[in-house]
Design a protein around this ligand. Structure first.
Ligand SMILES: *[C@@H]1O[C@H](CO)[C@@H](O)[C@H](O)[C@H]1NC(C)=O
Ligand SMILES: *[C@@H]1O[C@H](CO)[C@@H](O)[C@H](O)[C@H]1NC(C)=O
Ligand SMILES: *[C@@H]1O[C@H](CO)[C@@H](O)[C@H](O)[C@H]1NC(C)=O
Ligand SMILES: *[C@@H]1O[C@H](CO)[C@@H](O)[C@H](O)[C@H]1NC(C)=O
Length: 940
C-alpha cells in the first residue's frame, strides 16, 4: 500500500515533469544549442544551464524526435538528459561556473581615474552583478597561492636603496601663530567638515556596513570592488585624523574579518583600485596610528594578506603586472603575460609596495615595483620611444612580446606551411604556426569569447588554455606551452597608430608617483627625480595652456595631445578642463618644492587656481567631470575676446549672414506683393459691390422682373468686364521692379547684424501697410506670386511672411541658454560631479606650500558648494549636472574616495598645518598618508 502510494506519487511527479519539460523544450535554448554557444554573456536564468550545450540523452534514446512530438503525456519517451546532477555541478573546477557570468573580455575595468572614452577594453557592468547569479559553491572558491612560473631569485631582487635619508628642502610654509579670530573661524569650518564626514560615515555604517559603497539616496549598498568593504578600509585614516576614535576601533574589528581570498562579486581583482584603496588604506591607517609602535598591528597583517595575493600579478616573463587578476585557482594556475595597460594602472603601485617593503624589510615588494619603474624609465629615455619625449602614451603594451616581429614570424611560418601543404597534400592536419597559443591545434574547443586580436589578448588565451583541461596544450620542459616564447621587447605604445598624451584619467597617478616616490625613499633613488623632471619639462613644452576667459584670469590647464604618427609634428590638441587632471597643481607644487624649482611652484599655483576658477564659474559652484575651453595662443598675451568665443561656438557666421541677406530680399518681395494683393483685393471688393448694386437696381426695376428661375441673379456676380488682374498698374514691370528695389534698399540700409533693429523696422513697415490686420490666410510655406496671380477674387491668398532665420548672435545666445556654457567654454562633455577630490587636493597642497589663506577661502567656497549640491539624508551623492540652476539630480553614488580623499583634504585644509605635515608625510593617490623617512631614522 505504502509502496503503491509512493509509486503513484512518483508517477504524478513524472507526469508533471514530463509536461513541464515538454513546454520548456519547446521554448528553451536547449533546442538551439549553437545560438547559445555564440552568445557572449547572456543573463542566465541558471548559470549551469548555459554551461553545457545540450547532449544526447545518456540512454541514447530518441531524444530529438520525442522532444518535437506534440504529445506531451508519453512520459517514457522523454528523458531528462539536460539537467546535470548536483554532483556534476559541484565537481570539476576545471570549468567553474562563476566565470560564465562574465566574458573573457571582462578582463578590463574602468578605473575611477579613467576617462570612459579611453578605457582600453570594454567591460560589462561587473560592479552590479546581482548576488543571486552566484551560488553558494562559488563563495566556497578561494584564492590559492599558485605555482610561480617566473620567480625572481633572491639574489636578483632589487633592494630598497640603503643609507641615511638625504636632506630635502622643506615643502611646507613656515606658518606663524594665527590670531584668535582666525583660529575661531578655522575651527568653526573644521567642525563643519567633520560633521559632514560623520554624516557620510554614519550612513555607510547604518546601511552599507562592510559593503563597498553606500548608495546615499536609496540607502542601500553596492560592491563594485570585490565586496571587501572598500569604503570602510578607505576611510580608516580619515576617521582617525578626524578624531572619530570609536568609529575607527569599530572599523578595525570589521577589517579583521575581511577575507581577501575570495569574493562572490568578481572573477577578476581590479588591481589598480585594490592597491590604491585597500592596500593604501590599510598601510595609511597603520602609519597614522603609529606604525610599529602603534596599537593596530592587525592593519599591517591585513595589508600583508592582501599583498600576498597581489604578488601573483607580477608572475609574468617580464615581471610586468596583470591588472585584472583572475584569482580563482582554475584560472590562476597557468603562466600569464601582461597585456595592454593604461599608464596610470601600471605606474600607480609604487608607493604602496615601497612602504610595505619599508615596514617589513622584505625586498620582494620593492622589487616588484622597481621593475616597473625601470621599464618606464627605459621607455622615457629610449630614442623616439614616445611621440612626446618625457611622457607616455595612455596605453602601453606591457606584454613584452614584439608583435611586429611575431607577425612576421607567423607570416613566415604560414608561407612555409602552405609550401608544405603543396608538397604533401595529405598532411592537412598539422598546421604549424607562430607563437600564438591559438594557432596550436586546440581549435576544437568552442570559442567562448570574441578574441578580436589574438596576439593582443595573450592573457585571456592563457586562461582559456589552462581551463581547457580536456585538451591540454603541448608543453615544454619547463611546463610552459611550447609556443610560449616570443621576441622580447620593453614597454611600447599600446595604441594602434594614434597615441594620446595627457595628465588626465588613465595616466595621472603614474606621474604623480615620481616625486612622491622620491620623497618616500628619502631621496635615495635619484631616478625618480630624473623621471619627474622629464615629465614636467614635457608638460610645460607640450600640454600647458592658458584659457581665454572673461576677466583674463591668470590660470593654467593641461591639454590632451594626440599624435597621429608617433612624432610630435602633427599634434592635435583637445583643450580639456577635466576634474581628474586637477591633481596636477599639487604635483607641480610638491615637485617644485622637493627639487627646488620656484617656477614649478608658480605653475602649480596657476593650475590649482584654474580648477578653483572652474568651480566658481559653474552655476552650482562645482566643476564638471569634463569640459573644453578656448585656449589663448600665448599665455602672456591673453585677452578675453567675445567675438572669437562666439565664432567658435558658431563657426557658420558667413553662411548665417548669407541666410540673412536672402531673408531681407524675400521679405522685400513679400512686402511688395502684399501691397499689390491688398490693392487688388480692395478693387475686387469695390467691383463686387458695384455689381451687387447694379443687380439690386435691376431687381428693383418693375417692368422687367421676370427672369427665368435658377439663373442665380439673386447672388451678386462678378462682372465679367472687370479684369481679374486688377493690379495691372502694379504689374507693370518698371514700377514693380522699382518698388521692390526701394523696399530692399530700405532693409539693407539697416545694420544687418543688429537683429533687434531690423525687427523693429519690419514691424513699423507692417503697421504702416496695415497688412497684419487682414492677412487672412496663413500659409506655412510662401506662395509664389505667379500662382496667386490669376486666382479669382474669392481665392486671393496672402503669402506667409518669410521666416526670419537666427542671426549669429541669436544663434549663439540660444546655444548658451540651452547648454548653460560659462564664458570661454566650448563644450561641456560630462556635466557630472562624482565627489572627486583632485581640485581640493591641489588647493590644499597650495595652502600648505604657500601659507596663503586665500587657498582656505577658495577651498571653503568649494566645500559649501559641494555640500549644498550633494548632501543627502544619510550621506552625499554624485550629481548629474553642475550647471543646473536649481538643485541637480543625485546619482545615488558615494564612492569610497569621498571619505578617503575629498573630505580628508577639506578637513586638512582647516586643521593646524602640522597635522600630517608634508615634510613628514607623503600621500598616495587615494590620499593615504605614508610616513616619510627622516634623517633621524628611516623607520618609526
Ligand atoms: C628618431 O626620429 C628622428 C626624427 O624622426 C630620426 O631622425 C631618428 O633617426 C630616429 N631615431 C631612431 C633611433 O629611430
Ligand atoms: C619589434 O620587432 C621589429 C621587427 O623585428 C623591430 O623593427 C622593432 O624595433 C621591435 N620593437 C621593439 C620595441 O623592440
Ligand atoms: C577678436 O576676435 C576676432 C575674430 O577672431 C578678431 O577678428 C578680432 O580682431 C579680435 N579682437 C581683438 C580685440 O583681438
Ligand atoms: C426688359 O429687358 C429686356 C432686356 O434685358 C429688354 O429687351 C426689354 O425691352 C425690357 N422690357 C421692358 C418692358 O423694359
Amino acid at each position: 500500500m505504502l509502496r503503491l502510494r509512493r509509486y503513484r506519487v512518483f508517477m504524478i511527479c513524472a507526469f508533471v515533469i514530463t509536461v513541464l519539460l515538454y513546454h520548456v523544450s519547446k521554448n528553451s535554448q536547449w533546442e538551439r544549442p549553437n545560438v547559445y554557444n555564440k552568445v557572449e554573456a547572456p543573463r542566465p536564468l541558471k548559470p549551469q544551464s548555459q554551461s553545457q550545450p545540450p547532449q544526447k540523452p545518456p540512454s541514447g534514446g530518441s531524444h530529438d524526435e520525442t522532444v518535437d512530438r506534440p504529445v506531451p503525456n508519453r512520459e517514457t519517451s522523454i528523458k531528462i538528459p539536460l539537467l546535470k546532477t548536483t554532483s556534476e555541478v559541484k565537481g570539476g573546477y576545471g570549468l567553474p561556473k562563476a566565470p560564465l557570468t562574465s566574458t573573457p573580455t571582462s578582463n578590463a575595468v574602468k578605473p575611477h581615474k579613467t576617462d570612459a572614452h579611453e578605457t582600453v577594453k570594454v567591460r560589462p557592468p561587473a560592479p552590479t552583478v546581482p548576488q543571486d547569479t552566484v551560488s553558494a559553491s562559488d563563495i566556497a572558491i578561494h584564492w590559492k597561492k599558485p605555482k610561480e612560473w617566473f620567480p625572481v631569485a633572491t639574489e636578483s631582487l632589487i633592494a630598497l636603496p640603503t643609507g641615511l635619508p638625504k636632506p630635502m628642502p622643506k615643502v611646507q610654509f613656515q606658518f606663524k601663530e594665527e590670531s584668535a579670530a582666525a583660529k575661531e573661524k578655522r575651527e568653526m569650518r573644521l567642525a563643519k567638515v567633520k560633521a559632514e564626514g560623520f554624516r557620510a560615515w554614519s550612513g555607510y555604517k547604518q546601511f552599507a556596513w562592510t559593503h563597498d559603497e553606500l548608495t546615499p539616496v536609496t540607502k542601500k549598498a553596492k560592491d563594485p570592488f570585490c565586496g571587501w568593504a572598500a569604503t570602510l578600509v578607505d576611510a580608516l585614516d580619515t576617521l582617525w585624523i578626524m578624531g572619530l576614535k570609536d568609529e575607527f576601533d569599530e572599523a578595525v574589528v570589521a577589517v579583521k574579518a575581511i577575507d581577501f581570498t575570495t569574493t562572490p562579486f568578481r572573477n577578476d581583482i581590479p588591481v589598480f583600485e585594490t592597491i590604491i584603496r585597500y592596500l593604501g588604506g590599510l598601510v595609511g591607517a597603520y602609519d597614522v596610528t603609529g606604525g610599529h609602535s602603534g596599537k593596530y598591528r592587525v592593519l599591517l597583517d591585513k595589508a600583508l594578506e592582501l599583498a600576498e595575493i597581489l604578488m601573483g600579478i607580477f608572475d609574468t616573463p617580464n615581471r610586468m603586472p596583470i591588472l585584472y587578476y583572475n584569482w580563482q585557482p582554475s584560472y590562476n594556475e597557468g603562466p600569464k603575460r601582461a597585456s595592454t595597460v593604461s599608464v596610470a594602472e601600471l605606474g600607480s603601485m609604487g608607493m604602496e609596495f615601497t612602504r610595505l617593503a619599508q615596514l617589513t624589510g622584505d625586498n620582494k615588494y620593492y622589487d616588484a615595483i622597481a621593475r616597473i619603474t625601470d621599464a618606464l624609465e627605459e621607455l622615457q629615455n629610449r630614442e623616439n620611444g614616445t611621440a612626446l619625449p618625457g611622457i607616455f602614451p595612455v596605453n602601453l603594451d606591457a606584454s613584452g612580446c614584439n608583435r611586429t616581429a611575431a607577425a612576421r614570424a607567423e607570416q613566415r611560418a604560414k608561407s612555409e606551411a602552405a609550401q608544405k601543404q603543396i608538397e604533401d597534400a595529405a598532411s592537412l592536419s598539422d598546421a604549424p604556426q607562430g607563437y600564438s597559443p591559438d594557432a596550436h591545434g586546440h581549435g576544437s574547443k568552442p570559442d567562448r569569447g570574441t578574441a578580436k586580436d589574438d596576439s593582443k589578448d595573450l592573457e585571456f588565451q592563457v586562461k582559456r588554455d589552462v581551463a581547457a583541461k580536456d585538451s591540454p596544450a603541448p608543453v615544454s620542459a619547463k611546463g610552459l606551452p611550447v609556443d610560449w616564447e616570443c621576441v622580447p621587447q620593453g614597454l611600447t605604445s599600446g595604441g594602434y597608430g594614434s597615441d594620446s598624451y595627457s595628465m588626465g584619467g588613465s595616466q595621472d597617478s603614474a606621474y604623480e608617483y615620481f616625486p612622491k616616490q622620491f620623497a618616500l625613499l628619502g631621496g635615495l633613488e635619484p631616478k625618480y627625480r630624473a623621471m619627474h623632471e622629464k615629465t614636467v619639462a614635457a608638460v610645460k613644452k607640450y600640454l600647458l595652456f592658458r584659457p581665454m576667459a572673461e576677466g583674463n584670469p591668470d590660470i593654467l590647464f593641461s591639454a590632451k595631445a594626440v599624435s597621429p604618427d608617433g612624432t610630435d609634428e602633427n599634434l592635435r590638441y583637445e583643450y580639456e578642463v577635466t576634474h581628474l587632471t586637477c591633481f596636477l597643481g599639487g604635483m607641480f607644487g610638491l615637485g617644485g618644492k622637493l627639487f627646488d624649482s620656484p617656477e614649478d611652484v608658480e605653475i602649480g599655483k596657476r593650475l590649482a587656481d584654474g580648477c578653483a576658477w572652474a568651480y566658481e564659474v559653474m552655476p552650482t559652484g562645482i566643476m564638471p567631470e569634463f569640459a573644453q575651453i578656448l585656449p589663448c595662443e600665448k599665455a602672456d598675451d591673453c585677452h578675453w575676446n567675445k567675438t572669437m568665443w562666439y565664432e567658435h561656438l558658431d563657426p557658420e557666421v558667413s553662411w548665417r549672414n548669407t541666410q540673412m541677406e536672402e531673408y531681407y530680399a524675400r521679405k522685400a518681395e513679400w512686402k511688395v506683393e502684399m501691397a499689390r494683393l491688398k490693392t487688388e483685393k480692395a478693387r475686387r471688393q469695390e467691383a463686387a459691390k458695384k455689381a451687387e448694386d447694379e443687380a439690386e437696381d435691376r431687381r428693383l426695376r418693375p417692368a422687367n422682373d421676370t427672369l427665368p428661375a435658377g439663373t442665380g441673379a439673386e447672388k451678386p456676380r462678378i462682372d465679367p468686364n472687370i479684369p481679374h488682374d486688377a493690379g495691372k498698374d502694379l504689374r507693370d514691370k518698371e514700377s514693380h521692379h522699382n518698388l521692390k528695389r526701394d523696399a530692399y534698399e530700405g532693409e539693407r540700409s539697416e545694420d544687418q547684424t543688429d537683429g533687434k533693429k531690423i525687427e523693429e523696422k519690419v514691424k513699423k513697415l507692417e503697421s504702416e501697410l496695415d497688412l497684419n490686420s487682414d492677412s487672412g490666410y496663413q500659409n506655412s510655406q510662401q506662395q509664389s506670386w505667379d500662382e496667386n496671380y490669376q486666382k479669382p477674387m474669392s481665392e486671393i491668398y496672402f503669402p506667409a511672411e518669410p521666416i526670419k532665420p537666427l542671426t549669429h548672435e541669436e544663434y549663439v545666445a540660444q546655444q548658451l541658454k540651452t547648454e548653460r556654457l560659462p564664458p570661454g567654454f566650448s563644450t561641456l562633455g560630462d556635466r557630472r560631479y562624482i565627489l572627486r577630490p583632485e581640485a581640493i587636493e591641489s588647493v590644499w597642497y597650495m595652502y600648505r606650500i604657500t601659507g596663503d589663506p586665500i587657498w582656505q577661502e577658495k577651498g571653503w567656497r568649494m566645500f559649501q558648494a559641494v555640500i549644498k549640491a550633494t548632501q543627502t539624508e544619510v550621506g552625499h551623492s554624485a550629481i548629474d549636472d553642475v550647471t543646473s540652476t536649481t538643485q541637480p539630480l543625485p546619482a545615488d553614488s558615494m564612492e569610497s574616495f569621498w571619505l578617503a580623499e575629498t573630505l580628508k583634504y577639506f578637513y586638512l585644509l582647516f586643521t593646524e598645518p602640522d597635522v600630517l605635515s608634508l615634510d613628514e608625510w607623503v600621500f598616495n593617490t587615494e590620499a593615504h598618508p605614508f610616513r616619510r623617512p627622516t634623517a633621524a631614522g628611516r623607520k618609526r
